[in-house]
Design a protein around this ligand. Structure first.
Ligand code: GDP
Ligand code: MG
Length: 163
C-alpha cells in the first residue's frame, strides 16, 4: 500500500496551495473521499520523482468560534491521523489562532509522524517570526512558502525521512 501523507490544519492556512505545489505537474488520478469536515481530496504522485505516496488534503478541520472542536470533528481528525504515515500540520506564520492550538494538542500524541509546517514564510521578516514556532516542541519543523515555492525541497526531504 502507498504511504499516506496527510495535510491537516484549520481553513485558510494554505493546505490546498501546498497540495498543488507538492503534486506540481506530476498529477495522477484525483478523487474525493469523505473528509474531516469538508470533502477531502487525495491524489497519488511520486515524491521527488521516486517515492509513490498518496497525498491527502483534509479540506480544513474546523472548530466553533473560540477554537473549541465538536467531539465528532475531533474523532474524525484522530481517525485521519491514525491512518496517516506522515502528518503535515500546517500553520500560518502571521496568524496563529486558538484553533491552531487545539489542533496542535490533538495531533501531539502522533508527534513522531508530524511535521509542523509553518507556511507563508515569504520574507526574511516573516522568517524571524517563524522561529517562535520552534517553542511548540515538535522535533520536525519546516518553514515554507507554498505560494512562492520556498522550502518545498526541504519539506520533501523531511517527508522522505519519515517514510
Ligand atoms: P486552505 O483553506 O488551507 O486550503 O488554504 P488555501 O490554500 O486555499 O490558501 C488560503 C489563502 O492563503 C489563499 O489566499 C492563498 O493564496 C494564501 N496562501 C497560501 N500559501 C501562501 C503563502 O505561502 N504565502 C502567502 N502570502 N499566502 C499564501
Ligand atoms: Mg483548501
Amino acid at each position: 500500500v502507498c504511504p499516506r501523507v496527510v495535510i491537516a490544519g484549520r481553513p485558510n492556512v494554505g493546505k490546498s496551495t501546498l497540495f498543488n505545489r507538492l503534486i506540481g505537474k506530476r498529477k495522477a488520478i484525483t478523487h474525493h473521499v469523505a473528509g474531516v469536515t469538508r470533502d477531502a481530496v487525495e491524489e497519488r504522485f511520486s515524491l521527488k520523482d521516486k517515492l509513490p505516496v498518496t497525498l491527502v488534503d483534509t479540506g480544513g478541520i474546523m472548530a466553533e468560534p473560540g477554537g473549541v472542536f465538536d467531539p465528532l470533528v475531533k474523532e474524525k481528525a484522530i481517525k485521519e491521523a491514525e491512518k496517516a504515515d506522515v502528518i503535515l500540520l500546517l500553520l500560518d506564520v502571521v496568524d496563529f489562532t486558538a484553533e491552531d492550538e487545539e489542533l496542535i494538542n490533538l495531533f501531539r500524541p502522533f508527534e513522531d509522524r508530524v511535521i509542523l509546517v509553518v507556511n507563508k514564510v515569504d520574507s526574511p521578516q516573516r522568517e524571524d517570526i517563524a522561529w517562535n514556532f520552534m517553542s511548540l516542541g515538535f522535533s520536525s519543523v519546516c518553514f515554507v512558502s507554498a505560494e512562492h515555492r520556498l522550502g518545498i525541497e526541504e519539506l520533501e526531504d523531511r517527508i522522505c525521512k519519515l517514510l
